[in-house]
Design a binder for this molecule. Sequence first.
Ligand code: MF3
Ligand code: CO
Length: 258
Amino acid sequence: MIIKDLEELELMKKSADLVGRTLGEVSKALKPGVLAKDLDHIAEEYIRDNGGTPSFKNYNGYPATLCISINDVVVHGIPQTQVIKEGDIVSVDCGAFLNGYCGDYAYTFIIEPVDEKVRKLVKVTLESLYKGIEQAIAGNKTGDIGFAIQLYVERNGFSVVRELVGHGIGKAMHEYPQVPNYGKKGKGHLLEDGMVICIEPMINMGKKDVVFDESDGWTVRTKDHKPAAHFEHMVWINQKKSVILSTYNYIDEKWKVN
Ligand code: MF3
Ligand code: CO
């Protein structure tokens, strides 16, 4: 089940494409003054209009289509009346089922003007994701991915969240194996030809510690309240070079992180 044949792979590309187009729609509406819940409604409507179903909604009781995680919120921010402001960094995580397969990935938007160090945090987080993806080849272990991400992040003076990890994906949003963003070379689970995994570094500007909000049951914040960034891609494992199924190509040009 964790190994996808080429037919399943084609379906997963379509699920990933729907999530990409949804993030594209969100990116068009994103601007200072917009409410997080308005972005959520845009995403839900777009997914349903295109034959999909939001995969986060009702997952363990999660109440929305997107996770919108602003500044010190690392992940799993529930879109409500938060107002997007200049100077924010906003992680938008989106998941959808289409034709029985799940797509799930995230992008962190920089609402300029932001501090130079905040921009660096976002850029290093995105780059660390690609460092991890380079290691996502058959025969390697999940620890090789985590090691590459952690090394790159810590060299740049930031820290890796330990409590939340990436995951396999397919008919279910969360499948074997877990994919930590830290680790040791050669340790962890074997990556096999035909697996599809989500790699999703959650990176803190300050200390690695996070706090789980007990009042809403979801929001994960940095303990020191410094900002955190989050990117996620879906990667198909094969022998030579990993293939990224997810895409940021639909995201409006003005939000390119560089
Ligand atoms: N990308 C996240 C994950 O892989 C999003 C899940 S949010 C949830 O776990 F609400 F659905 F849990
Ligand atoms: Co995920």
